[in-house]
Design a protein around this ligand. Sequence first.
Ligand code: ADP
Ligand code: MG
Length: 621
Amino acid sequence: GVPKVKHDYQSDVARLRKIVINSLYSHKEIFIRELVSNANDALEKLRLTALTDKEAWNGDPLNITIKALKNEDGKGGRITITDTGIGMSPAELTANLGTLAKSGTSEFLAKAEGQDGKATGNLIGAFGLGFYSSFLVADRVTVASIPPKSAKVPEPAQHVFSSSADDASFEVFPDPRGNTLGRGTEITLYLKEDETEYLDTDKIRDLINKHSSFSSSFPVYLFTQRPEEVPDDDTVEEPATTSTPEADEDEAVVEEVSEESEKKEPPPPKMKTVVVDEWVQLNAQPPIWTRDPKNITDEEYTLFYNAFFKDFTKPLAWHHFSGDSESGVAFKAILYLPGKISEEYWQQPLASKTNDIKLMVKRTFITSDLGEHGMPKWASWVKVVIDADDLPLNVSRETLQSNRFIKQLKGIILKRLIQLFTKIAEEDPAKFREIEGVYGSIFKLGAVEDLKHRDKLASIVRFTTTQRNETSLDQYLENKKKGQKQIFYLAEMGKKPEDLAQSVFVEKLHARGYEVLLLTEPLDEIFVGNLRQWKNVPFQDVAKAGLKFGDEDQDPEEEKEEQKRMAEKFKPLIDWLKVEAKDAVRDVVISNRLVKSPCAIVAEHGGYTANVQKMMAASNA
Ligand code: ADP
Ligand code: MG
């Protein structure tokens, strides 16, 4: 017999398999998406490896083939998914399929356990489950694989990973068939008895169209057997056993023509039915970004997003555009706003590396690592596929970094991103409100961080004010009172705008008809602190000294007189307060800013507000 090495699954693999097997009845079909996605990854890896290791690939076809076969006894059957990609050594079979290397998977596990099947199903949608989703439909899975010849592996040998749904272990052993693949991986799913619907090639075709047709840059072929009527005449040639869809169309045309002239011809010969084997390419239509946006539905954009970026939430908006003169390189691109921004995003001070700018050249994936030319923090969440026509295909990382187009990419993407935001802000207020819910703080961060795009981003920031739920800075200025020379705001982190509106600082301004921005987010104060002014009108914190009403100049003499009178009248009170409160405040003065409240505590001009003092104290801790 063949020597077999038996391994126990890591305990979390066992847990994951159990969840998958037991609770995902409504999401079984995703196994195809996951396996095609892995095959696609493996082909991409091979192509990238071959850039530096010529021996790894001699230019033979890179593709994915799917075959469904009924068992000889008529009961059940199996599906094989084969790729000509990077393959796996026995050690890699053990490490990649027998352990959970993915960081996201443990998060998934933590959330999934203890939930019912339906909730877990939604989680799977959000995380993707990879290889283990095979066990949704199969009770046994074997993976035969062989890596390419390389300096590291001069004599590769095909090995098999084998595992059953109810096993706590798996085996890895040399393939008794020898090297049948040449290079790559063949996954065989021995379908459970009640999952034989997946043997139906129409069903497989539908699933691939739904989940994977846009995402694989390599051809995916499905093996089909099609009954065909042929003349029952030994002198007539048998039809070819393999044909392409194009050839079929030609045949159909020929038939139609012969029908027209049929009346004059002798009666057709006797027919018989034969079964024709065919490899049908499933993803024959061009990739979505190369198509005319007019002919693409929202659902197609969403499904492409899900499959391509492996994010199974619904994107909030997208922008499909092609290269313009500024870059000198013709390209097509789709830019997506993800449906949400992860919690971690706000916890990391600097842009974390993302893999979400996918650079293609003539439909072939090149890299998602733009190195120093990647996105700034404020836009590091954006997901983009960009396909350039005339970049060199065989570029190394280093030459890529110095490529002119790569250097321009960030600018091109940021410009389009801001265009998308601005367009929605102007044309679709309801949609913009939805986007603001997710990206409102991003606009502020961008305005603070990115001087080049500051004005455009600050233009789309919306504030709640004493008069309106939503005001842009431009709208605020339009609503300015005669003589008003400052943009008034009150900032208190974590409060509600309604509470701020009650503040003693705000009441006099409001009573006199001035609009006051009510700032309640941590980034707000940093935003106004960095901008300092908008269209030459300075921001003024109404809780700080320096506040000027536009109308006080109207009668300066009378105002001075009034102040003098007040100072005399209240001198005893002020003197007494100065002594009584000397440990708490620096000074006590008479104010003209209050209407109903008798007194207020204000920060010194140029000093920090209580709010910022709190933040500074926290960050020093
Ligand atoms: P992920 O694709 O997110 O890494 P999977 O569970 O889908 O997680 O796959 C686990 C690992 O197994 C992959 O990262 C890859 O290393 C390996 N693998 C899976 N399928 C293939 C394949 N067809 N060819 C080569 N390696 C594969
Ligand atoms: Mg995967």
